[in-house]
Design a protein around this ligand. Structure first.
Ligand code: PPS
Length: 293
């Protein structure tokens, strides 16, 4: 497949975006949500694929196991916001989903979520991950994904990340915007990547109580095993090896799966500068992250 040049970032209503996420804007905004839709919302690299696979197994693992073995995760849980040349848009894939409920992925900041999701009072699962590991994961993703702007060197990418000059804008605004929404929207489950790493079974239980699901102990254990890092990494239906725009030889999509990998990338000076800036941006919020566990 011939790949187009890397997309460029521009300001879109105050958020850095690329054409892949604005070209289909009106259609995305006019999507018709259904009351039982479940939106999986995240800032990029927070554990979207992990939680998507958990939800897909919870809902459809027993009724249609062939689904997990034959349909890649990005088709089972379409990325609503995405629009690339000569490919079905995320909005089209959502419209064509045969499942009930529909599981829908989005990286939109809260103020951009199509209004129908609020009108239909849909359940939303938001996953957040600490900023330092998110930045590292996003850097490697930019290296391997031709639909991301060229990330450049780590040191300059980090400065762009701090300034919110990356696709979907400021991490700080994203996680805070959704956290504030959670205070008034009861059907929003706000979860953390670090908690999932610490105790996946506990987080699956919490998801189940939010979703009103009660899998058997055996089924829950089966899901917990299936979504372990090594299993998802070798599973062609979850590791993005079927997506031509991603060069897994440059970096794996399911790459390290750790809390604290940032320590292998940040210099002491970068970490200090980051922390200083972080304190300013994250003051006046009760939202807390763990950068190690
Ligand atoms: S995307 O492109 O925004 O949808 O990416 P996303 O899926 O949100 O995030 C990718 C990171 O999640 C890690 N990951 C996992 N970690 C632990 N266990 C499991 N099962 C798992 N699945 C995905 C993946 O490795 C990316 O993080 P890094 O730090 O790059 O390894």
């Amino acid at each position: 497949m011939e790949l187009p040049p890397r997309p460029k970032l521009f300001d879109f209503h105050g958020v850095s975006m690329t054409k892949c996420f604005t070209d289909n804007w009106d259609n995305v905004q006019n999507v018709k949500a259904r009351p039982d839709d479940i939106l999986i919302a995240t800032y990029p690299k927070a554990g979207t694929t992990w939680v998507s696979q958990i939800l897909d197994l919870l809902y459809f693992g027993q009724t249609s196991p062939e689904r997990q073995s034959s349909i890649p995760i990005h088709m089972r849980v379409p990325f609503l916001d995405l629009c690339r040349p000569s490919q079905p848009t995320g909005k089209d894939l959502v419209d064509q989903l045969p499942t009930s409920p529909r599981l829908i992925k989005s990286h939109l900041p809260v103020q951009f979520v199509p209004k129908s999701f609020w009108e239909q009072n849909c359940r939303i699962v938001y996953v957040a991950r600490n900023a330092k590991d998110t930045a590292v994961s996003y850097f490697h993703f930019g290296r391997m994904n031709m639909f991301q702007p060229e990330p450049g060197e780590w040191s300059s990418f980090l400065q762009h990340f701090i300034q919110g000059e990356v696709v979907f804008g400021s991490w700080y605004d994203h996680v805070r915007g959704w956290w504030e929404k959670k205070q008034t929207h009861s059907k929003l489950h706000y979860m953390f990547y670090e908690d999932l790493i610490e105790d996946t079974g506990r987080e699956i239980d919490r998801l189940c109580s939010f979703l009103g699901l009660s899998p058997s102990a055996e089924e829950r254990e089966r899901i917990r095993g299936a979504v372990q890092f090594d299993n998802m990494k070798k599973n062609k239906m979850t590791n993005y090896s079927t997506v031509p725009s991603m060069d897994l030889k440059v970096s794996s999509f399911i790459r390290k799966g750790k809390v604290g990998d940032w320590k292998n990338h940040f210099t002491v000076a970068q970490s200090e500068q980051f922390d200083e800036d972080y304190k300013k941006k994250m003051k006046n919020t009760t939202l807390q992250f763990r950068t190690e566990i």
